[in-house]
Design a protein around this ligand. Sequence first.
Ligand code: ADP
Ligand code: MG
Length: 395
Amino acid sequence: MKNLINISLKEKIILLRVDLNVPVLDGKIIDKSRIEAIRLTVKKLQEWQNKVFLISHFGRPKGKIKKEYSLKFICPTLKKTLDLDKIFFIENLEEEEIKKISNKMSSSEVCLLENIRFYPEEEKNNLNFAKKISKNFDVFVNEAFSASHRNHASIVGLPKFLPSYAGYNLIEEIKNINIFMNSSKQPNLAIIGGSKISTKINLLYHLIEKCDVISIGGAMANTFLSAMGINVGLSLHEKDLKKTAFSILEKAKKVNCKILLPLDLVCANNLQDKINIKQCNINNIPANQMALDIGGKTIKEISSYITKSKAVLWNGPLGAFEYTPFDKSSIKIAKVIKRISKSGISTIAGGGDTISVIKMAKAQDGFSYISLAGGAFLEWLEGKSSPGVDALKKN
Ligand code: ADP
Ligand code: MG
């Protein structure tokens, strides 16, 4: 795969695919990690006197121009975080408009293009669309590992028409996830949580073959408990996936992978409930309550496995961490990992919500690597091929 590490691109007009799909709350960007991650690539391209056009998606406007999904709002933050003197912005992808701005720009200047998902052709991977865009540029660089699991025009279409390279962060993501997956450090432990098994079935099947122990928490655990005949009350769980949960447990037995399910849970009437919070064993979940976090005994058990492990992978919060006190176990586990990491074990985490909880616990430096990708991180861990990376390899 051609990449920026072993080549320098000079005085070109570059289309740089980035992921500016940053988390926003009340109009404010709450995490700039994805912008910080593209800094090196942008800086190098500027040093080499290129004109740099950034292209990204933002949210799900579903192929329509929707003001609330415009990327214009991000320009001041990009300017500051990327240390730019100036940033241009183009509201559409019309050839004339791009030419006009491109002629105005001096080498090393940066321009952001409007949300690529305003065009229905993007998600349909329309090749004529990709070809038309490509005509305005000399080179394509993909710096969006977190979007590279998508078969979209700006990911897989553009490399069909332009000389294409991988950016520094894309290479970093792949390198670090591979180092973790290929390391033979044992015993190893995967901690998997989150709300749905349905989004992580393939991951679980894959990890069972690679891991000595898998600890399952979050609402995912409820589906397993329910499959085992435990009454989970009003807890979030996937009734249709009981069979799948069983077959995961069966397969784990066969390949000698120990599955840790919760021993106890923290239950409440709903997510906002602060009054009727109860800690109970898994056999005593109140019929009118929901399990919203794993309990103290379970936290202790997972912590003791972390202490015994040489490698730990984490994806998915273990409780409904957005609502206190159901963030307790996830914060505690992040802190345990941070403490143990000092003894030289390998630790990796990924997933949007997992990163949020690690930050809440101020435990970022407890991880050998934190992937900025969610879906793409999971699919890479599953051993699936990545359409974006494959497109770069074929180029
Ligand atoms: P990631 O983004 O790290 O991959 P997920 O998106 O799979 O993680 O899961 C995070 C979501 O799971 C959060 O919104 C969290 O509130 C929810 N969750 C975790 N445990 C529970 C639970 N017991 N009941 C309801 N929701 C839960
Ligand atoms: Mg999530």
